[in-house]
Write a protein that binds this ligand. Structure first.
Ligand code: ZN
Length: 229
């Protein structure tokens, strides 16, 4: 499948305050041999499940914590990427944080990223906004780094295949910022806010296995298109 790089329509750029800015800013391989028939080299993607432990992130009307959604989504994405012959490295695999002190937790995540020598970093989060009508998936990148093109490609594809499909949600453009987790390695590194927990319908989707699998499949398609030969 062909990903339309840099064909993001110039629609309204929503200046929102995502969880990564309101909450996360403060918190913020082994290679197995490829089958002979696989022509592509094995690429490594670090999957970072945002928050964890005492830092639950944002909370939905049902009481569900962002950290739990992020972990569930990360495990689904791990399976998706493994099925695509990526080497998926997780920063956390349990509900616990890597350290109870936020600064040390983030440093531990950075060490995992650096040690993995990844080709890309995907940090998964859930968004919250004061306007409960705001919906959809948004992608963020380090505006001083090299992740912009990858972020734009991801956002454009998710606009078309996720945001437009689930309730005709908004088209967004990828948004640059000063975001710790996207600065840990000099490779395309993005944060994907998987939906707005402040919107009831988005919250329902985030709790739905089908939505999570569909979103992760689409993320996997962009990664395969970007890193496949
Ligand atoms: Zn978050």
């Amino acid at each position: 499948m062909k990903i339309k790089f840099l064909t993001v329509k110039k629609k309204a750029l929503y200046l929102i305050v995502p969880c990564i800015l309101s909450v996360c800013a403060i918190c913020a391989a082994c290679f197995s041999a490829l089958p002979a028939a696989m022509p592509n080299p094995l690429h490594t993607v670090v999957i970072d499940a945002g928050h964890g432990g005492i830092d639950g992130g944002v909370v939905g009307s049902t009481g569900v914590k962002e950290s739990d959604i992020n972990l569930k989504m990360s495990k689904i994405l791990e399976s998706e990427l493994n099925s695509r012959n990526f080497n998926a490295v997780m920063t956390r695999k349990t509900e616990a944080a890597l350290n109870n002190i936020k600064r040390l937790d983030m440093q531990a995540r950075k060490k995992i990223i650096v040690d993995a020598h990844p080709d890309a970093v995907i940090s998964l989060h859930v968004n919250r906004f004061s306007d409960s009508s705001r919906r959809g998936v948004q992608v963020f990148y380090d505006d001083t780094g090299i992740g912009k093109d990858f972020a734009q490609a991801m956002q454009s594809y998710l606009n078309e295949n996720i945001n437009a499909v689930y309730g005709n949600r908004s088209d967004y453009e990828a948004i640059g910022g000063d975001l710790y987790i996207t600065k840990c390695a000099k490779v395309p590194s993005i944060i994907i806010e998987c939906g707005f927990i402040s919107n009831r319908e988005d919250e329902r989707l985030l709790l739905s296995e089908d939505y999570c699998k569909d979103l992760c499949r689409r993320i996997g398609e962009v990664l395969s298109s970007s890193f496949g030969d």
